[in-house]
Each structure stands twice: as C-alpha cells, then as structure tokens.
Ligand binder design. Structure first.
Ligand SMILES: NC(=O)c1ccc[n+]([C@@H]2O[C@H](COP(=O)([O-])OP(=O)(O)OC[C@H]3O[C@@H](n4cnc5c(N)ncnc54)[C@H](O)[C@@H]3O)[C@@H](O)[C@H]2O)c1
Length: 365
C-alpha cells in the first residue's frame, strides 16, 4: 500500500486525524501521491474526486475499503458534483486538470473546459463551503511563458506560449480575484516538471522521464525533441507532496513551536522529527509559489544518469524541437522556502534512482 522509500519524513506537525481532505485528480500521478501521504499519516478522511480521464484506478485501488478513504467518480466540469465533493471538507488539494502542452495545442477547447471551467467551479464551491480553511491548487511553471529570465521568480512572468499555459495563468487570476472579492484562502503551487512513482509512461501525452525510463528498461533508444541541451528543474514528487501538505496546513500550523506528531498508519514507524517551522511573515489570502528544486538538468545529462543506472550505453535519437516548449527552466525557490519552510529533500539524481527502480518493478505496464 505504501512505497517504503517514500514519505518517511512527516511534513506536518499537527494530528491529521482531526481533518478531512478533498484531493481532486486524486487518481492521477501527483494527486495519488498526496493521497498516499494523507492515508499513511492517518488523515481523518480523504476524499478523491476524479473522472479517470487521465488518472488510473490502479493508483488508488489499495486505499479502497479503508474507513477513511472515499472515491467519487465525477467531473469537475459539473458544479453539483463539485458541491458534493467539498461537503464537510476542511482542506482541498485541487490537482484535477488536463496537463500537457501538446494536448492543449491539439485540443484547446477541452483543455480550457476542464482547466478553466472546472477550476472556476471548484473555486466557487470552496468559497461557499463553511469549513474549508485552505485550497491549494496545481499551478504551473508554464505561466513564465516566454520570459527568458533565469531563475524564474514569482512576479516576473512572461507571456504564455500554449493554450495550457493560458489556462494555468487564468487559474491564478481567478484565485486572486476570489481571494479579494470573497475572501477565499488559496495557494497556487507552480510545479516545475514533477516526476516519480505512479506517473504513467504509456499515456499519449506522457512526460519525458516516464518515456525515457521505459525506453531504457526496454533497451530502446529514446527520442529527444531538440539537441538535448533543453534544461528543466525536474522535481521529484515527494517534494510536491511536501509543498501541498505544508501549504494546506499553514493556517493551522502557525505556531513556531514544533509539536509531536499524531499516530502513523504504517509498520515502518517514524523516528524523524517533523521539519515544519513556519515563517512568521504574513501571507496574503492568495499566494503563488514556485515548487521545484532550484536545479537545472539537461536532457543529455538525464540520459547519462539513466545509462549509469541501467548499466547500458544507449544513445538517444535527436528529433525536431516541440512547439510551445521553452528551452530552459529553473526556479527560484526562495519564496516557498521562506514562507512554507519547504525544502526539496529529494534532488534529481536520488529521485531518478527511486523512480527508475519503481518502473523496473512495475513493468506489467
Ligand atoms: N506533472 C507535472 O510535471 C505538472 C507540472 C505543472 C503542473 N501540473 C499540474 O498538476 C496537476 C496534476 O498533474 P499530474 O501530473 O498528476 O496529472 P494527471 O493527469 O496524472 O492527474 C490529473 C488527474 O485529474 C483527473 N481529471 C482530469 N480531468 C478531470 C475532470 N474533468 N474531472 C475530474 N478529474 C479530472 C485525471 O483523471 C487525473 O487523474 C494538474 O493540474 C497539472 O496541470 C503538473
């Protein structure tokens, strides 16, 4: 049920048993990892809303039947479904969206429907839900668009380069307006190329790390779009989970004092102390944070590491650059470190080792 390599560091200091969490998109890659953390640490209730359009029941099937887990098969484009999903909840981690720049270029209408209309539905039901203390949502590094500045710093964005980037920018604009007009508490996490277990390599719009891992396991040459010098701030999924947990709980963990944890629902008992110590600076009702490692890794460097890990000497095939992609990306993580006490405990190489091993074990794919 739990990956023994993951979530052995608690990122919360309060007892999760007291709280109910909604994770939209909880059958997807990042959402199901958030669910794994919440269940591992005995959250009072974890509800997933997902229409399985891009997620997998497989990602949550181990949690089905647990008394504190609930799955709603439904669509965020339906306002009534969203209303039911937030009923009784304390926190929302909104991950449901259609990811992928190429998908949005192929079908901008559907990406807009899910990512903008669905997002607005969620904001609207959250603002009307009396118990919800914080909504954390998946924003995106694509919001930096054509800005050439590195590292990417919040407040210094360029123009979007794809329909997907437009949808994620619109999310931030709506969340900001809802915080000003209705007093909604929301935090957007601008993810920078997240990778890790439960990310599917077989999806037509799969991301580069799952595709490359699969190619290496099959002993095939992966195709690189461009010259391989394209760089990204690849971020292991446990860092994204840490950021979600800290962002959701920031209002209830304002104390600088580090408290003892509640019970841990695993035989792999913890001894490590929680790492949360919250910066006392005031946060606005709506904030966006980069969520990354602050590193820059090229695709060629990734190929070198995969060759080391697999004991092979595979050379990639170089193809044309992809439309809508930016050449380089690297985040400043100063803001999230200062305000949420976020620390990327899993750097690129360690994360790649874990996920490569996971794909090797999984390959019933
Ligand atoms: N993975 C990354 O590197 C990355 C980078 C930037 C932003 N993001 C954002 O993070 C979030 C999670 O990404 P992910 O990589 O886990 O993607 P994912 O596709 O694995 O997860 C998204 C989940 O949302 C569900 N979903 C899609 N449309 C829905 C709808 N209409 N109603 C209900 N559920 C729906 C899918 O079935 C899926 O389970 C997304 O919002 C994505 O845009 C991801």
């Amino acid at each position: 049920m739990f990956n023994p390599k993951l979530y052995n560091t608690p990122y919360h200091t309060t007892d999760l048993y007291k709280f109910k969490f909604l994770v939209t998109g909880g059958a997807g890659f990042i959402g199901s990892n958030i669910v794994e953390y919440l269940i591992k640490y005995n959250a009072g209730h974890v509800r997933v809303l997902d229409n399985l359009s891009n997620g997998y029941f497989e990602n949550i099937k181990d949690f089905m039947g647990l008394p504190n887990f609930e799955f709603i098969l439904g669509d965020i484009r339906n306002l009534e479904t969203c209303k039911k999903a937030v009923e009784g909840m304390d926190f929302v981690s909104h991950q449901a969206a259609l990811g992928s720049v190429p998908r949005s270029i192929a079908d901008p209408i559907t990406s807009n429907d899910v990512n903008v209309k669905g997002f607005l539905n969620m904001l609207t039901v959250v603002k009307d839900a009396p118990n919800i203390k914080q909504m954390v949502y998946a924003a995106s590094s694509s919001t930096y668009g054509d800005s050439p500045t590195l590292p990417k710093v919040e407040g210094n964005e360029g123009n979007p380069l794809s329909p997907y980037a437009v949808t994620k920018l619109v999310n931030e604009l709506y969340a900001d307006v809802y915080s000003k007009v209705y007093g909604l508490h929301a935090i957007g996490l601008r993810y920078f190329n997240v990778f890790g277990p439960k990310q599917n390599p077989n999806n037509p719009y799969a991301a580069v790390i799952p595709i490359f891992c699969k190619a290496f396991i099959e002993g095939k040459q992966p195709t690189i779009n461009g010259d391989g010098l394209t760089s990204r701030d690849f971020t292991f999924v446990e860092n994204a989970v840490q950021a979600n947990i800290k962002a959701m709980l920031i209002g209830v963990e304002e104390s600088l004092e580090v408290r003892e944890l509640g019970g841990l629902n695993t035989s792999n008992q913890q001894t490590s102390k929680p790492t949360n110590v919250i910066n006392p600076n005031p946060l606005q009702k709506h904030e966006v944070f980069n969520m990354a490692c602050g590193d820059q890794v090229t695709l060629n460097e990734m190929i070198d590491i995969l060759n080391q890990l697999s004991g092979q000497q595979i050379k990639p095939i170089y193809g044309p650059e992809r439309k809508g992609d930016v050449k380089h990306s690297k985040a400043s993580i100063d803001k999230i470190s200062n305000f949420l006490n976020y620390e990327p405990l899993f750097r690129f190489q360690k994360g790649l080792e874990i996920v490569f091993e996971w794909y090797n074990e999984q390959f019933s794919y």
